[in-house]
Design a protein around this ligand. Sequence first.
Ligand code: PLP
Length: 284
Amino acid sequence: MSRIAYVNGRYLPRALAAVSVEDRGFQFADGVYEVCEVKDGRLVDERRHMARLDRSLKELRMARPMAEAALSIVLRETVHRNRVRDGIVYVQITRGAARRDFPFPAGAKPTLVVTARNSDTSQLERLAAEGVGVVTVPDIRWGRVDIKSVALLPNVLAKQSARDRGAREAWLVDEAGLITEGASSNAWIVTREGTLVTHPLGEDILPGITRSVVIDVIKAQGLAFEERAFSVEEAYGAREAFITSASQIVLPVVAIDGRPVGNGAPGLIATGLRRDYHRHAEVS
Ligand code: PLP
């Protein structure tokens, strides 16, 4: 089946789907995006993803290409036309196409692209059962990574260095030696005392939607929880570690820089959060 992409008002076979060479997303990474999980053909936490998209647009003074209700229909239609059952839907909005010049162009229409695809669910289940490795790399990103912009070159380089070192994810380390988040996920540990810890919200991490739902699950399970930064050293000594993102939900981390976390197997807390996640997420 050929994959279908929505581009500026049209559903097109992927081979024909294109944006202008002058698109500011291509020229300047002047765009934002969202990734929403699709489960059983339905959108997971659409409301929260759309609220974050709205915030990203506002922070960058970028116009909406269409109202939220209309965008919701496009998301569903793209999921449907691609026959996605368990996977993701991806939305990208850029400031549009205009003669290449740095300031905001007058009168450019925002570009909207939506794609959707199935995930390799058996691979994800295997990763959840076996756990994944992460490596630490310096966080060299800009100062507003709370905005979900498509300017992801440092994330690309971090992820590649993880792959080069045989790991799934890179954990980004700030100048104080504290872990901010993963290249495409939020980072968590469970201390020896059993407290869950993740970096507080601010301009130095993306406010993950999965992170916020996991906090709801933690509260429902009555677990101890602290929002504070943790160091690489503390992570090495953690009882458990895990990562969260819309495309992976919760994945246990069993090695950091090649050192086993806890007993080197997925932890009970991470596994329990993964198990209960969709009871707390909104499905629509
Ligand atoms: N942090 C970064 C840098 C990300 O790119 C992502 C997801 O792509 C996340 C965190 C997790 O966010 P969410 O749970 O909303 O997918």
